[in-house]
Each structure stands twice: as C-alpha cells, then as structure tokens.
Design a protein around this ligand. Structure first.
Ligand SMILES: Cc1cc2nc3c(=O)[nH]c(=O)nc-3n(C[C@H](O)[C@H](O)[C@H](O)COP(=O)(O)OP(=O)(O)OC[C@H]3O[C@@H](n4cnc5c(N)ncnc54)[C@H](O)[C@@H]3O)c2cc1C
Length: 379
C-alpha cells in the first residue's frame, strides 16, 4: 500500500470494521478505538440488499453472511388487511440475491472475528479527546491520556460522531418526524421472504434473519417534538399499532410482544456532511458523513462500501490527499442520491401517517426506482 502504513479507525461499527478489514488485508497496520468497553449489539436484524453483499464480497465475507443469515428474493407488499399489492426491492446483482436478512449481532461477530484473525487491534473502552491533524500525519490523545501518531485517522463513529466535531466543528443531525420500533421473534412458518403491510397510522415489515428467527419493524409518527416515550408505554403502544393489521403474522407477533426490554425504539435522524468529508489526514465515513433515514434500508450498505472504496483508493494513490479526493469522487454523489431519496420517502410517509395529501407530482415509484438503480450501479 503506497499512501499509508499505520491507520487509526475510531468506531468499531459496520463502517469501521469494513475499512479496518479492507486495509488490514492490504497489509496496513490498523487499530480501532471503540468507546464501548465491550460490544453489545442488539439482536434485531438488518436488511442487506445485493449491493451490500457485493461490498462484503470484496472483504471476503459475503458467503459467510449469507450462510448465517437468510438470503431472499423480492419484498412482498400488502395492505394492512393482507391484500397482495406487489413485489418490490433490489434486483440480484452479480451472483448475489436481492436481499439477505441477518441479525446485527451475527453480522458484527462475523466482521469482528475476521478483523481479529487478520491482526486488527481493538482498543476497547477508548476514544479520542484531541486531534492534531496536519498535512503529514495525525497525532491523537486517547481517553487514557496516551498519544499515538498515525498516517490517517478514519472517523466511523456513527451519526453523532464526536470525531466529526473534532475535525470540522459542531454538527447536529435533524429529527425526521418518524420513528422505528423493532422486535425479534422465532421465525413465522409462512415467512419465505420479507413481507411489508401498509396501515393508516404505521407500516410494518417482517424480515427473516436465519432459518429460526425473524424481526419486525414498525414505522410510526410520534409527533413533531420527538416526545420521550417511557419504556412502560412500549408494549401497549406497539400492541395498539398492531391492532390495525388483522393478518395472522401480525396478530401472532402482537401476542408475543411481552418484554419492553426487547423493544428497540429509535426516533429517526438524518444528516450529511458537505463535500469534502476529509481535512488534512482525517476523514469521516459511514453515518457520520451521510446518515440516511432507513426507508431504503441502505445506510449500512453505504458504510460497507465506504470502507472498501477508501481502502482501494489508498492502495492506488501515491499520496493521502490524492486518495481522499478520489474517494470523494466515487462516494459523494452516490451517497447523496440515497440520502435525498430516503428523506423524500420519509417526508411522504410522514404526510400519509398524518392524513395529509402528498405534494402534487409525488411519484413514489420513480423515487424508489431511481434509488435502486443508483444502489445497483457499480460503486
Ligand atoms: C431503525 C434503523 C434501521 C436500519 N435498518 C437498516 C437496514 O435494514 N439496512 C441497512 O443497510 N442500514 C440500516 N440502517 C442504517 C445502519 O444501521 C447504519 O447506516 C450503520 O449502522 C452505520 O454504520 P456506522 O459504522 O457508520 O455507524 P454505527 O453502526 O453507529 O457504529 C458506530 C460505532 O462507533 C462507536 N462510537 C460512537 N462514538 C464513538 C466515539 N466517540 N469513540 C469511539 N467509538 C465511538 C459506537 O459504539 C459504534 O460501535 C438502519 C438504521 C436505523 C436507525
């Protein structure tokens, strides 16, 4: 690798582990500083479209994620009452199926094991408090007051990235008016692919995670002021939403939702950094650079792609600046197309939940079709 020999990645999530594995496979010395003392990834799932699998293949992990996940075809869409509306979702790409459902915990473990195997060093319970970022290298101060000097720092510490604040100054994500509730179950015997049902106040989806398990997501609008919801309200609220869906899979799920500690409730935020996402020797990737509303289920796929592309460009270029510029050229428009399409879909969804008419000319099929076209294009 010509441009870098020693790299610090801050944040050991999907984007951080992707870039760490991709760089370590090219012979770079990689350390990951992770704020958590120990990973505790929640056990609901994630949708991987074919482009996510294609990116995982470039770091040698696509087959393993499909073995431990649940590869499936297109998504089946229904009315709340179960009338079949049609098929949607990504087409297969190269040798990969339209989708793979997988537990986030399993995906994390697959990436973690690979990273450890190829020599990535994890500094757990550690973050960076100060960055001296100049044209030749970057020196950081860690929380234990030790210092380290690296060729580059890659910030992959998520939507509320502290590293982004240290590099570029304060930057706040925006609340988008919608929330997502998730819960994991034993897989329903009828679930052969992903199912989605459209209600008046919410929409729900069931995604297989492996032969034995599935998860449900429910998208709702809890109010413009992003109200705090007490844990004690989770179960009654979810059951109330699910009453709108008389279909068996939803009613079976409704009965099985009993433990508020297993409900994952997330008000949805979005943000993006303007071009460029780098300054001197520090660069932001993943949600810290381009957090999308999950309406297109693609944020993690983009974070995986970021990792692969950054490693490729660092290998090709003779200087860091050249590599970072080439990375931006390949990533900015692609990521922004998905950020913008997801936000449009979320805004329209919110209007539907609020009973408001959609803007004149709103064309759901066109927005989704163009976004899927972008995702499936080579990256
Ligand atoms: C409800 C919901 C559903 C979603 N569903 C999908 C889906 O189906 N498919 C899909 O592709 N995407 C989905 N996404 C998006 C996806 O989860 C994110 O895009 C993805 O996790 C981003 O990866 P990341 O590595 O950038 O950040 P993260 O996954 O957030 O990882 C950040 C890591 O950095 C660590 N960290 C944070 N701060 C610091 C710090 N200061 N110092 C050190 N470490 C730090 C964190 O502990 C964490 O380990 C969904 C998102 C939401 C909210």
């Amino acid at each position: 690798m010509s441009a870098v020999k020693k790299v610090l990645v801050v944040g050991g999530g999907i984007g951080g582990q992707s870039v760490a594995i991709a760089l370590a496979k090219k012979g770079v010395e990689v350390e990951i500083a992770e704020r958590l003392d120990a990973f505790n990834v929640y056990g609901v799932g994630i949708i991987q479209q074919s482009n996510a699998l294609r990116a995982l293949d470039r770091i040698g992990l696509a087959d393993k994620t499909m073995e431990e996940g649940y590869p499936y075809g297109q998504l089946k869409m229904f009315t709340a009452g179960g009338h079949f509306l049609g098929l949607a979702g990504a087409p297969p790409v190269e040798k990969y199926p339209s989708h793979n459902g997988i537990s986030r915990r399993t995906l994390h473990e697959i990436m973690y094991e690979e990273a450890i195997k190829i020599g990535v060093i994890y500094k757990m319970g550690t973050t960076v408090t100060k960055i001296d970022n100049n044209e030749n290298d970057v020196t950081v101060t860690f929380t234990d007051n030790t210092q380290g000097t690296y060729d580059i720092l890659i910030a992959s510490d998520g939507i509320n990235s502290d590293m982004r604040a240290l590099i570029f100054g304060e930057f706040k994500p925006r609340y988008m008016g919608v929330s997502v509730w998730r819960y994991a179950f034993k897989k329903h015997e009828d679930l052969d692919t992903a199912y989605m049902y459209y209600g008046k106040r919410s929409k729900i989806g069931f995604i297989p995670m492996c032969d034995e398990t599935m998860y449900m997501f429910l998208v709702s609008a809890e109010g413009a002021d992003n109200p705090w919801i007490e844990k004690s309200a989770y179960i009654p609220m979810l059951k109330d939403y699910l009453a709108e869906f008389p279909v068996k899979i939803a009613q079976d799920a409704r009965e099985q939702i009993t433990d508020p500690n297993l409900v994952n409730y997330r008000p949805i935020e979005a943000s993006h950094l303007p071009d460029p996402w780098f300054k001197n020797r520090a660069i932001v990737i993943g949600d810290g650079a381009h957090a999308t509303v999950p309406q297109l289920g693609s944020g993690a796929a983009l974070a995986l792609e970021d990792g692969v592309v950054l490693a490729e460009e660092l290998e090709k270029a003779s200087t860091v600046d050249e590599a970072f510029r080439a990375f931006m050229k390949r990533r900015y428009d692609r990521c922004m197309a998905i950020v913008n399409a997801s936000e449009t879909l979320a805004k329209w969804e919110l209007m539907e939940f609020e009973g408001k008419p959609l803007p004149e000319g709103a064309n759901l099929g066109k927005v989704i079709g163009q976004a899927v076209g972008t995702l499936m294009a080579p990256f």
